[in-house]
Structure formats: structure tokens, C-alpha cells
Write a protein that binds this ligand. Structure first.
Ligand code: URA
Length: 423
């Protein structure tokens, strides 16, 4: 087969055959297709889209690029959640140990930052010693002993996604329903979870900017999951403004720890508890302990500490702090009516929390702290944002990015935190 024919077929709006899809994914995974050719094909998919048949086959080919784990022999039911990505979205951090503390097993394969959105693995790697790469044997051991594991898809699991994800991040090819759906679902099917809750983000800080496209992405993924024997449900949730008040790797771990200690921002707690209940229901555990109780009684925190230790991390070690901080002050008094998630995500990325090239290292301490959220009162001269970076040359562009990111006393309309449920 010829990769150029495949690129041209998609560029011109044609439908790829199952044989072409299987071949192109296999050849790319094994290094027989150049990065620039795959980037061109991805861009053609971004523009032309895929039919349902193509996206299901593309997902299957990515899944078949590696092994598929099987946890059906575990004494606990497995359940997982995956977010399509947002700004300040650290929900996986408190959620996984919470659900483990409620009696389910959570085999969570996560990703790194993509575009302006943060990645769970980058966040966890700010914990001294913590290791994302586990073999399938280590993953099973941690899951069995602790009840929850968050790790990178090992080289054997969905290796096609591993390569494609890194390529899409740096070639402007993230925002595509078939590419996002196949990326997420190939990993989730490979990890062997029995039930799956998808958190499909909607708004400026999400890859899906409007409810209609988020609904289409959710439907595509729910259908792929269901067709593959995984009980799959999706929630559409707001990403017009960042989640919580900390955006950046170590900053978000610190905020997740507040939630696990029984405090933390209301939106993070509400979404953690809602998603945990959905995960337990999808795993058919109606009598499980309530997730709110697990956060209050310390059992979720205990599970977190065991999870971190099992992957080499020290849960008591101080988290990295950026070398430099700068505040941005409120220009006037009133109600904060808009705080744009995309701009805040870009500012954090510019401060060093994300990557510009796939081989870049992220800065653990970089990011943005929000001092007010939409609906709250601010006074002229009070800090609105604290910027954190290791490189002070980055302050200026981040501050420019935030200049139009908010309104005080505007007439901004907000999305509800949970917009819809699709099953
Ligand atoms: N999360 C993923 O795992 N893949 C995507 O493409 C987008 C978000």
C-alpha cells in the first residue's frame, strides 16, 4: 500500500477502507511511515472528518497495535473515567483514590499535556520520585494491592496512540472528533476496564467549544465503548472557565491534596463526587460507600498515599515551587463575570507548564493561581492572578494572554458544571 494514496484519499474527502486503516496504523507504529506523512494524514482527518465505520476501525487498529489488559479475574469490579482535557482539570487525582476507597478498582491509563490543556502524568511527575511508566505486571500489582493506579500506557499498550498523541500535540491536529475519540477509546479499551465514565468538556478551554460537537464526541465514544463490551456513560461538563483555582503541574497536585483532605474548591469537589458516583454505578456497585464520605473520613487520602508510594513517589515530600512569581491586579472593583479557560491555559503553557515541542520538559512549578472565580467579588488593586515560572522572560507574554481573559461587571453567561449525560 502507498501512504501518499491514503493521504490524498482523505485530503480529497474520500473514505478510507478497513485495509488502508489497518495498514497505515501498523506501518506508523513500526516506523515505516514518516512523521511528516502521518502529520499530513492527521491534518486531512481534521479537515475532512471520518465516517462512523472509519473511526471505529481506526480505534480498533490503534487498540490492536498493542496488547489488551484483562482484569476480569480481580476480586473488585474495574471502572475508570477519562476527560477529553481541560484547564485546571486535576479531577483524576482525587477521583481515582476516592473510587478505590469506595471499593472499585481503577486502572487509569493517562496522558501528558496536550496543547493548552494539562496532562495527568505531567502533574503527578511533579511528586518527587513518582514514576509514570509501569509494566503491565506492575500495573496489575498496584491495582490489586492499592485499588487504583494511574500510569502511562506502557510501550505495549496502544503504542499507536502514544506516537500519534505526541505528534498531534505539536502539529495543530488535536481538535478532531475522530482523532480524539480513537485516541481516548483505544487507551481505555486497552487498559481492560469493565466500565467507563467519560468527562467530555465543553467551552473555550476544551477541544470541543460548543455543546453540539461535545455531544457528537460523547456519542461517538459511548458507541465505541458499548460496541466493545465496556459499560460507557458520558457527562458533558463546563470548561468555559478553569476548574479550581490552580493551573499548572505541582500547583494542581497541591489543590488535589486539599480536596483529599476534605476541603478544596467547590467545583472540584462537586465534579469529583459526581463522577465517582457515576463510576461506581457503571461498575454495578450500588451499595458502595459514598464518595463524599470517602473524602471526609480520610480513606480517599489513605488510598492516594498508597498509590503514590506504590509508584515510587514520596507523598510527604514538598512539591516543587517555581523560582519566580508575579501578580496581576484587578483594574476595577465589582463582580468577576468571565474568566476564560483557554486564555488561562495558554498563559500557564507560556509560563512553562506545557510543551512547545514533543521532546520538551514541562516545568513542575510553572502555572497560574486564580484569586477569584466568576461570580465572586473583587476589589480594585487586589491580586487576580499569580503567575509562576522558572524563567522571568516568560512573564510578559503570559500577562498579555491574560489581559483580555476576564470581565468585571460584564454580562457573561456561565455554563452549568454538568450540562448533560449521555449513555
Ligand atoms: N485525551 C486523549 O487521550 N486524547 C486526545 O486526543 C485528547 C484528549
Amino acid at each position: 500500500m502507498d501512504v501518499i494514496d491514503i493521504i490524498v484519499t482523505k485530503r480529497d474527502g474520500g473514505e478510507l477502507t478497513p485495509g488502508q486503516i489497518d495498514w497505515v496504523i501498523d506501518a506508523y507504529t513500526h516506523g515505516a511511515i514518516a512523521e511528516e506523512q502521518m502529520a499530513a494524514l492527521n491534518m486531512a482527518i481534521v479537515w475532512r472528518g471520518m465516517t462512523r465505520a472509519e473511526v471505529s476501525r481506526w480505534t480498533e487498529a490503534m487498540l490492536c497495535s498493542g496488547e489488551r489488559l484483562d482484569f476480569t479475574d480481580l476480586p473488585r469490579s474495574t471502572t475508570d473515567k477519562h476527560s477529553t482535557g481541560g484547564v485546571g482539570d486535576k479531577i483524576t487525582l482525587p477521583l481515582t483514590p476516592t473510587v478505590a476507597a469506595c471499593g472499585a478498582a481503577v486502572p487509569q491509563l493517562s496522558g501528558r499535556g496536550l496543547g493548552h490543556t494539562g496532562g495527568t502524568l505531567d502533574k503527578l511527575e511533579s511528586i518527587p520520585g513518582w514514576r509514570a511508566e509501569l509494566s503491565p505486571v506492575e500495573m496489575r500489582r498496584t491495582l490489586t494491592e492499592v485499588g487504583g493506579v494511574i500510569c502511562a500506557a506502557g510501550t505495549g499498550l496502544a503504542p499507536a496512540d502514544r506516537k500519534l498523541y505526541a505528534l498531534r500535540d505539536v502539529t495543530g491536529t488535536v481538535e478532531s472528533i475522530p482523532l480524539i475519540a480513537s485516541s481516548i477509546m483505544s487507551k481505555k479499551l486497552a487498559e481492560g476496564t469493565g466500565a467507563l465514565v467519560l468527562d467530555v468538556k465543553v467551552g473555550s478551554g476544551a477541544f470541543m467549544k460548543d455543546t453540539a460537537s461535545a455531544r457528537e464526541l460523547a456519542r461517538t465514544m459511548v458507541d465505541i465503548g458499548t460496541d466493545n463490551g465496556v459499560r460507557t456513560v458520558a457527562l458533558l461538563t463546563a470548561m468555559d472557565t478553569p476548574l479550581g483555582k490552580q493551573i499548572g503541574n505541582a500547583l494542581e497536585v497541591a489543590e488535589a491534596l486539599e480536596v483529599l483532605s476534605g476541603g478544596g474548591p467547590e467545583d472540584i469537589v462537586e465534579l469529583t463526587v459526581r463522577l465517582a458516583r457515576e463510576m461506581l454505578a457503571a461498575a454495578d456497585l450500588p451499595d458502595a460507600k459514598d464518595p463524599g464520605e470517602a473524602l471526609r473520613d480520610g480513606s480517599a487520602m489513605d488510598a492516594w498515599r498508597r498509590m503514590v508510594r506504590a509508584q515510587g513517589g514520596d507523598p510527604d515530600a514538598p512539591l516543587p515551587v517555581a523560582a519566580e512569581q508575579r501578580e496581576i491586579l484587578a483594574p476595577t472593583s465589582g463582580t468577576l463575570t468571565r474568566l476564560d479557560a483557554y486564555a488561562v491555559g495558554m498563559a500557564a503553557w507560556r509560563l512553562g507548564a506545557g510543551r512547545a515541542r514533543k521532546e520538551d520538559r514541562v516545568s513542575a512549578g510553572a502555572g497560574v493561581t486564580l484569586h477569584a472565580k466568576p461570580g465572586e467579588q473583587v476589589r480594585v488593586g487586589q491580586p487576580l492572578f499569580t503567575l509562576h515560572t522558572d524563567d522571568p522572560d516568560r512573564f510578559e507574554r503570559a500577562a498579555e494572554t491574560l489581559a483580555d481573559a476576564f470581565d468585571i461587571n460584564g454580562d457573561g453567561e456561565r455554563l452549568p458544571l454538568v450540562i448533560d449525560r449521555i449513555c
